[in-house]
Design a protein around this ligand. Sequence first.
Ligand SMILES: O=C(O)/C=C(\CC(=O)C(=O)O)C(=O)O
Length: 297
Amino acid sequence: MGKFTVDADWLHWHQSPSKPEFVVPEGAVDAHCHVFGPGDQFPFAQERKYTPCDASKDQLWALRDYLGFSRNVIVQATCHGADNRALVDALNHSNGMARGVATVKADITDEELQALHAAGVRGVRFNFVKRLVDALPFDSLGTIAEKIKPLGWHIVIYFESQELPELYDFFTSLPTTVVVDHMGRPDISKPVDGSEFALFLKLMEENKNFWSKVSCPERLSLVGPEGRYEDVVPFAREVVTRFEDRVLWGTDWPHPNMKNHMPDDGHLVDVIPKIAPTEALQRKLLIDNPMRLYWAD
Ligand SMILES: O=C(O)/C=C(\CC(=O)C(=O)O)C(=O)O
């Protein structure tokens, strides 16, 4: 029995994903995934809103190899709060094949930021999803943005589509490259050419410093795994084809807080050629864009 009790309704990540039919190009980057603990070694944060099962760096590397990827971008998840030790440990054991996105507080020092940079962190995440965090006030986030800017880092933002109108002006005031998680989580029961998704497309169109992850069909889909997440494809393809130089893709392993099903990671990879229908788009999505953002040096 570990130190932490996993949430009763927690779904364990897939133990035997299928081999994808789509063969990812050599050098591909899984640009959105997490490590959890192990809790005995890297305790979960006091202020967390969920307690997951462990998902270690070695298990992540095993999935990476199995799916045919070469590199990972590990995003600090809220269950670890602003304690980035599990993330840094993973980066330090990645042979340079992983980069990180951390969570920090406004009082972080330049020395601490330098240490994160040396480990491979290249961004911070601002999370506005209420079931996951009590978001920091805008002035604290502004302080963090100014502190990380000289390092050349970017800011990853996570929010749900209904929050975008309220957050829009704050987002566009950010002074760095900004990466939107999961296309701003569109409500895909609404039309792809409707007003809600149009606001997200406008954000991307009018602000060339904005990028988007075209990840997480499993969180957005209404047809689910049986329908191979087909209903999300028009949204993601629109973003990939319009903003081909500013898109990233990731598995989101180990898929925290999935309540209705646990995706087969192989099936998620098989969505890629549907949203990026040409080899040139696939290369940008999986190699050129993430390499530019995370391995520029
Ligand atoms: O993994 C994701 O991207 C999404 C999450 C978890 C998360 O972001 C976090 O804990 O920080 C979610 O929607 O529950």
